[in-house]
Design a binder for this molecule. Structure first.
Ligand code: HEM
Length: 121
């Protein structure tokens, strides 16, 4: 398995464990305020990143593209910014909103870079 795939999968499993813990905490407290943050942590952090990791494993030539590592870091920073931003926004902390906007744009750039790699011949 290419190193890049391992990076994606190893980070994705950390995000899903955090996402599940958040889900369990919400259930225990019966407070679902953070449900959108839980959903995005699982769907961006786990599902999207794991899919990228599996793609790079299936098409190792794409993992050799130098910008693919840049794409990993952009997608990673996207998760690190958008999720705390979402949590703060849902908790009505004003600084959360600019973080969500920034994190969304970084996440989008990561996905566009991934798409460029997928379409690249
Ligand atoms: C231990 C595992 C998990 C637990 C305990 C858990 C728990 C929860 C809870 C308590 C809610 C809120 C339900 C409500 O608002 O009534 C929720 C919503 C949700 N969960 Fe999970 N979850 C888990 C795993 C996952 C995973 C792996 C994914 C996706 C890959 C996921 C995706 C979602 C989505 C999309 C929602 C809806 C969010 C919303 O309505 O804003 N969950 N989950």
């Amino acid at each position: 398995m290419p190193k890049l795939s391992q990076w994606f999968i190893k980070s994705a499993v950390i995000y899903v464990i955090l996402g599940m813990l958040l889900g369990i905490a919400m259930g225990m407290k019966q407070d679902f305020t953070l449900a959108p943050a839980h959903a995005h942590l699982n769907l961006i952090g786990w599902v999207s990143l794991a899919l990228m990791g599996l793609y790079y494993n299936a098409v190792p030539a794409k993992a050799a593209w130098r910008a693919a590592f840049v794409q990993f870091w952009i997608s990673t920073v996207g998760v690190w910014v958008i999720i705390p931003g979402l949590i703060l926004t849902l908790l009505q902390v004003p600084v959360g909103e600019p973080l969500v906007i920034l994190g969304s744009l970084v996440t989008l750039i990561g996905m566009i870079l991934f798409a460029i790699n997928v379409y690249r011949s």
